[in-house]
Design a protein around this ligand. Structure first.
Ligand SMILES: C[S@@+](CC[C@H](N)C(=O)[O-])C[C@H]1O[C@@H](n2cnc3c(N)ncnc32)[C@H](O)[C@@H]1O
Length: 963
């Protein structure tokens, strides 16, 4: 019995007398009714008062929200219950006596009473509530408009303030006299000041730069070969015009040059060179050796205390360096817009930089951090080895030749900058008013994404993701023209819109439907959302935390009601307790592996998208077609989402031949779900090969193939449409894209991260009999040879087991399962068809469609040696073919890989006829966004006479040939 009042905010004294809390009182205080709940007198009265008021209002046909005491904080559920005595109901066992005719009539009477009394009142309330909401909504809209106006005004004022502040900075000549030193002790911040050294002697204090006129006989530096080559000494032979000069280099070569291609021979000491000055400066290349040559560039940062009184120079060839005043020469002439003079490679970047200076976007780094950076047009991981004011020294990891490079912290070769620029561009139309202010005020630095050295680099794993072809990399050392690649695109980190609901701060409560009501979850609106980011759009947040003791990284979700959850079991329980709508926020929308990023999204430039949706909206997700190599589009096929039997194929989908389960717990208890038991019983025949009882789906994921097949819940089951034993029958959830590969034709890639074990999609086509002459070649067909291979396999397996058992051999686990070689020979694919081979199958399954649980474990060796199921079948019951040449789905495009990242699984969904499983693809490992999805066709090389096929899977394990 509880010693506390159910009202969380109860103000009564502790020893106040408590009473049993009736269901209506529990509802009032938003706690689930339990017989032991107690309430104090004051709180009980309060709830009764409220309910009386509400019912009076209802009866008088007044609007219930008019009541002042109506408080949304406390009242989330108003439940009308017939009786508070539900325990008594629970305890009533099934009645054996004859029904009382009065009792039988009771429901009818109640229904009639309801229609007469409560129903009209509810209808009135409905109308009033609708009107009320409409008026609230229009008030809110008016409020939003007002806020917008205020924001625009604020925006303009802030911009003015900003301009005023930086007006001084632009004209600045700071006196660097004091440095503020902040010493951070444990809990006190000590601010001290110390005198700084004055300006170095050789650095002029200020003044205006004056360019001396050039005259005959003056020594200069001139651009001899190209803008990217060092400038060399020369002498002015004559002036051709005010700006053109005939010069002679020291080696005797004579040319006419514009003064924009000439620089003074000595340093000018009257003034500092302002930001934006065109100069030549000594460039020191640490990767080669120190050089003393002058290269042309632009002053990007003035000398100041923070940069050790050096100028930051953007060189035309893409490098950035700090250089002392003495190592810089001013170029003799320059255009009004300096960016017109710089090399085209950096023109756009310099133009924007100078326009915005001194406001700059830079990445904040710490030593040893790892960041994605561009190298030779590829994103690779790089470690921070040194920092120098606005520059960062990066060591590129996992590259063949070790490379270290100084890079400007605002270069868009750094992925945080690149992503920010891209996302800013994307956001522009949405955030037109506040955008600039936020950029100015809040974001001089971008905090660095926290990568670790071990984290897979996009370019080092399966996919060499290339940057957007449209975007120039201004600070690049090698400037090759970008050749189109099959995987041209970028990884973007999508942003959750700020108007999405956020978790509330946690207050102790019992989770219930009301915890998620305010997020207004609607699965049908998530078509274009990364599946794992759906919860993040509807009130959840997801964080990665490192455990202090174990140092292990953990994923933590915060629920809309503020609870923190870090494992699947608890999340599943939470979703059940709060089950929103039809439970369509299923457990597979969550992932607890920190290596998976739900916001990661592979994005291909729009110009490469050839078809918006190859399924023409037949799938729940759009499947675009991208081609960055040429103008080809895929050949037309009839897109289907379910397999299509052709005449002569006896695919009987009559639900009468299916058995279903009676589960009411979403099929969580596997031992009680009869469908799950079918899966389990099937595999039980092979205890030596497949171990463990926790087989099949685990919270909707399948981590390794189950050779004996999976039996999902079906149309006859009492469970919900989203139960834990329904996976491949759910609508497509993964974001896939068809794309043209360089050598394998079309292939399929994922646009988002896919966690290991995730269902990817099915493979469908026309079901044909083996001898059907209409079969359209082999390329897009697969044997539905489940039974045949099971039989063959069983034979082989048994003789193998017999031998092995005599040698006292231990068996392997499901994951490790590898058929012994003689069995492999039996499994050869005789035609060059994709081999969709799942292996073992419960042989005690009637082929008439009705599946029975196996009890034949003990008999299997004897029986199967003498009789095969196939022998029991009619002649036409042999192997069928799934032919997707003319009609099929996205599953027909998956290519082969010798090191696959997906596998196939036979699943029984709409029939238990073992000849007709569904073919489903699952992720074999974590797969990052942008990666091609490929499975192992299991072709046997050399098995088809006169047919050779080269494999272009490009993996380390490639066997060179496919056939
Ligand atoms: C089922 S289709 C896959 C989709 C196909 N690429 C297309 O363009 O429609 C199988 C065919 O793709 C090609 N293919 C698949 N994987 C390959 C690989 N690793 N190397 C070379 N060709 C491959 C072969 O032509 C093979 O017959």
């Amino acid at each position: 019995m509880s010693k506390q009042c159910i009202n969380y905010y109860c103000k009564s004294k502790r020893n106040e007398e408590l009473y049993a809390a009736q269901q209506s009182v529990c509802n009032y205080y938003n706690v689930r009714y339990k017989p032991y709940r107690r309430v104090c007198r004051a709180c009980m009265k309060k709830s009764t008062r409220f309910l009386n008021k509400i019912s009076t209002l209802l009866k008088n046909q007044k609007f219930i929200f008019d009541d002042d005491s109506y408080s949304r904080k406390n009242i989330n559920i108003i439940e009308l219950s017939d009786s508070d005595d539900s325990i008594a109901d629970d305890n009533d066992g099934p009645s054996t006596s004859y029904p009382n005719p009065q009792t039988t009539k009771l429901p009818e009477t109640i229904h009639a009473m309801w229609n007469k009394t409560v129903k009209p009142l509810v209808t009135v309330q409905k109308e009033k509530i609708t009107n009320y909401l409409i008026s609230e909504r229009s008030q809110l809209i008016a409020g939003i408009e007002q806020i917008k106006d205020t924001m625009t005004e604020l925006d303009n004022k802030l911009k003015n303030m900003y301009d005023k502040i930086y007006k001084f900075d632009k004209q600045q000549e700071f006196e660097f006299d004091k440095e503020m030193n902040i010493v951070d002790t444990n809990d006190v911040c000590i601010v001290s000041t110390k005198m700084l050294p004055g300006l170095p002697k050789d650095l002029p204090k200020g003044g205006r730069v004056i360019r001396p006129l050039l005259k005959m006989g003056d020594q200069v530096y001139g651009m001899k070969d190209s803008q990217l080559q060092p400038w060399v000494k020369a002498t002015i032979k004559s002036a051709v015009s005010d700006t053109y000069f005939n010069i002679i280099f020291d080696d005797g070569k004579e040319i006419i040059l514009n003064n924009k291609n000439l620089a003074y021979i000595n340093t000018l000491n009257e003034a500092q060179y302002p930001v934006g000055s065109r100069v030549i400066a000594k460039f020191q290349d640490m990767n080669i050796q120190l050089t003393d040559k002058f290269y042309v560039g632009v002053v990007a940062e003035p000398p100041k205390y923070l940069n050790n009184f050096r100028y930051m120079i953007f060189f035309d060839d893409g490098y950035t360096q700090y250089v002392y005043h003495k190592d810089i020469r001013l170029v003799c002439g320059e255009s009004i817009n300096i960016s017109d003079d710089v090399h085209e490679n950096i023109r756009e970047f310099v133009k924007i930089y100078l326009q915005k200076y001194p406001e700059r976007l830079m990445v904040k780094f710490n030593k040893k951090q790892v960041v994605r950076a561009e190298l030779d047009n590829r994103w690779v991981l790089a470690k921070v080895t040194n920092l120098d004011a606005s520059l960062v020294q990066l060591k590129f990891l996992y590259v063949t030749n070790e490379r270290t490079e100084w890079m400007y912290r605002g270069s868009n070769r750094l992925s945080p900058i690149y992503n920010r620029i891209n996302s800013n561009n994307q956001d522009k139309h949405i955030r037109s008013t506040m955008g600039d202010v936020i950029k100015f005020i809040n974001q001089p630095y971008i905090e660095l994404e926290n990568l670790t050295e071990n984290e897979e680099s996009i370019s080092n794993v399966d996919s060499d993701i290339q940057k957007d072809n449209d975007l120039a990399f201004p600070f690049n050392s090698t400037r090759k023209k970008h050749k189109p690649q099959e995987n041209d695109g970028i990884i973007k980190i999508i942003k959750i819109p700020s108007n999405c609901p956020k978790p509330l701060s946690y207050k102790h409560h019992q989770c219930s439907l009301s915890c998620m009501l305010r997020v207004h979850y609607d699965y049908s609106k998530t078509r274009d959302t990364n599946v794992l980011s759906i919860p993040l759009h509807f009130g959840f947040t997801r964080l990665i935390k490192t455990d202090k003791d174990s140092k292990l990284k953990k994923v933590i979700y915060t629920t809309p009601c503020g609870r923190e959850i870090n494992d699947k079991q608890t999340m599943y329980k939470y979703l059940k307790e709060t089950g929103y709508g039809n439970n369509t926020m299923t457990i597979d929308l969550f992932d607890f592996d920190y290596l998976i990023n739900p916001l990661s999204s592979f994005s291909v430039p729009e110009k490469y998208i050839r078809v918006h949706d190859i399924s023409y909206e037949m799938e729940f997700k759009t499947i675009s077609v991208a081609n960055s190599l040429n103008d080809l589009v895929p050949k037309h096929i009839t897109y289907i989402t379910k397999r299509k039997p052709t005449p002569g194929v006896n695919l009987n989908l009559d639900p009468k031949f299916l058995c279903g389960c009676d589960c009411t717990d979403n099929c969580q208890d596997k031992t009680k779900c009869s469908c799950w038991q079918l899966t389990y019983e099937s595999k039980k025949n092979y205890p030596n090969i497949i171990k463990g009882t926790n087989i099949g789906y685990n919270y909707k994921r399948l981590e390794s193939p189950l050779y004996t097949g999976i039996f999902e819940c079906n149309i006859n089951c009492k469970c919900t449409k989203t139960c834990l034993n329904r996976v491949v029958q759910e609508p497509l959830k993964t974001s896939l894209q068809l794309f043209l590969t360089e050598k394998k034709g079309w292939g399929v890639r994922t646009l988002t991260d896919i966690p290991k074990g995730t269902f990817v999609c099915t493979f469908v086509g026309e079901v044909r009999t083996e001898n059907d002459e209409a079969i359209n070649g082999d390329e897009y067909s697969a044997d539905l040879d489940f039974l045949k291979t099971v039989e063959g396999f069983k034979e082989g397996y048994e003789s193998y087991v017999a031998e092995e058992e005599s040698e006292n051999c231990t068996s392997t686990s499901d994951e490790e399962f590898n058929p012994p070689s003689k069995i492999k020979n039996k499994m050869n694919v005789n035609k060059s068809k994709m081999s969709l081979r799942t292996n073992l199958q419960n042989t005690n399954t009637k082929i008439d469609g009705k599946h029975q649980l196996s009890k034949l474990n003990t008999q299997k060796k004897v029986e199967s040696k003498h009789k095969s199921i196939i022998e029991h079948l009619d002649k036409d019951c042999g192997v069928h073919i799934l032919d997707s040449k003319v009609s099929g789905n996205i599953g027909r495009y998956f290519n082969h890989s010798c090191d696959p990242n997906i596998f196939i699984q036979n699943v029984f969904v709409d029939t238990h006829d073992l000849r007709f499983p569904w073919i489903a693809y699952f992720a074999l490992k974590n797969i990052s966004a942008g990666t091609e999805l490929a499975w192992n066709y299991n072709y046997i090389i050399g098995s088809v006479p006169n047919k050779k096929m080269k494999c272009y899977c490009k993996t380390k394990k490639c066997k060179i040939r496919l056939l």
